[in-house]
Design a protein around this ligand. Sequence first.
Ligand SMILES: NC(=O)c1ccc[n+]([C@@H]2O[C@H](COP(=O)([O-])OP(=O)(O)OC[C@H]3O[C@@H](n4cnc5c(N)ncnc54)[C@H](O)[C@@H]3O)[C@@H](O)[C@H]2O)c1
Length: 346
Amino acid sequence: MSSKIGYAVVGLGIGRAHADGVLSSERGELVAVCDIDEKRLGKFKSEHPDVAAYPNIDEMLRDDRIEIVSICVPSGLHAELAVKALEAGRHVLVEKPIDITVEAAMKIEEARVRTGLKVGVIFQNRFNACMEPVREAIDSGRLGRMILGTFAVKWYRDQKYYDAGGWRGTWEMDGGGSLMNQSIHTVDIMQWLMGEVDTVTSYAGIHNHNIDTEDLTASVIKFKSGAVATFVSTTCAYPGISTDIQLYGTGGSIEIDGDKIKLWKLVDGDEFEEEEMLENYGGGGTPVGDPVKVRGHALQVHDMIDAVYYDRDPLITPREAIKSVAIVNAIYESARTGKPVAPKKV
Ligand SMILES: NC(=O)c1ccc[n+]([C@@H]2O[C@H](COP(=O)([O-])OP(=O)(O)OC[C@H]3O[C@@H](n4cnc5c(N)ncnc54)[C@H](O)[C@@H]3O)[C@@H](O)[C@H]2O)c1
């Protein structure tokens, strides 16, 4: 028997990126995949004949080589399948959003506590190289007291994208639209950089797609700290514009365009530091830190395997991931009621 940690992936859309992450890891071994879609399962099997291919998760969980399971199915099924894997004694890495409601997501957290197993959640954008100096500027106090943030996720998805999934753009399985699916990455970054949200006041609407949920939201976010942010999400901005994140504090201003620093002006900084930041993190040079290829999904899959190997927590835990789900649902409630809404406590 292999001494490597046996890994399985459920759902072969973005799940293929998890499988690639396992295949590129030192300590993990991809032993199984699972998908209810015969075509997707068959295609994977033809490319990886040594990996067991299961048409349902119950059958897969009888394979005792598996120690970790990645859950990469439609968002509204995350808790059901993650809890099943935990109760069967497996550690779990769940795709974002952890699930589409705080209540469902808490079932994963409760199962984690009950079983004593490990649960990690994917939010790969936290590990973009440019986030390191930004966090450092906040943690060290150099950015000062945060005053304003502006966040805009202006992406594009055509109607085919929604039609292909079936589950996408539905309240039952996607839990929302441009905000719950695409922009939750940036909601997570917003709360990670700016702190606890007090209230949100929001608009949500359908502007250019035939879906149930929304393809555009706009919100004013008030933080417990007194800071304010605007947050815009859409899947209507052809052909898809990179995400804007802009932070203004008493100690200066930082602007990020996609995964690059665009502006770095700190009151206690100088032009040499500004140049260095733009050179290292602005696309002008090689990003500092890990090579880009190990970032993203592979980084989090490797982290999950290491968390099991070294018996420590994964980089992003359920409690951390649930915060963004609470904020997204508060935005939807505010859009429905026309009133400011406080996110549920987690
Ligand atoms: N982190 C990211 O950047 C990122 C990117 C894309 C998707 N996602 C997330 O990943 C999840 C899946 O999205 P996707 O775009 O890959 O969707 P998808 O529809 O392309 O793939 C989902 C797969 O799950 C399979 N599936 C459904 N129910 C199943 C079940 N009960 N058992 C086994 N397989 C089942 C489907 O047949 C399908 O092949 C969503 O939660 C989405 O939010 C994350």
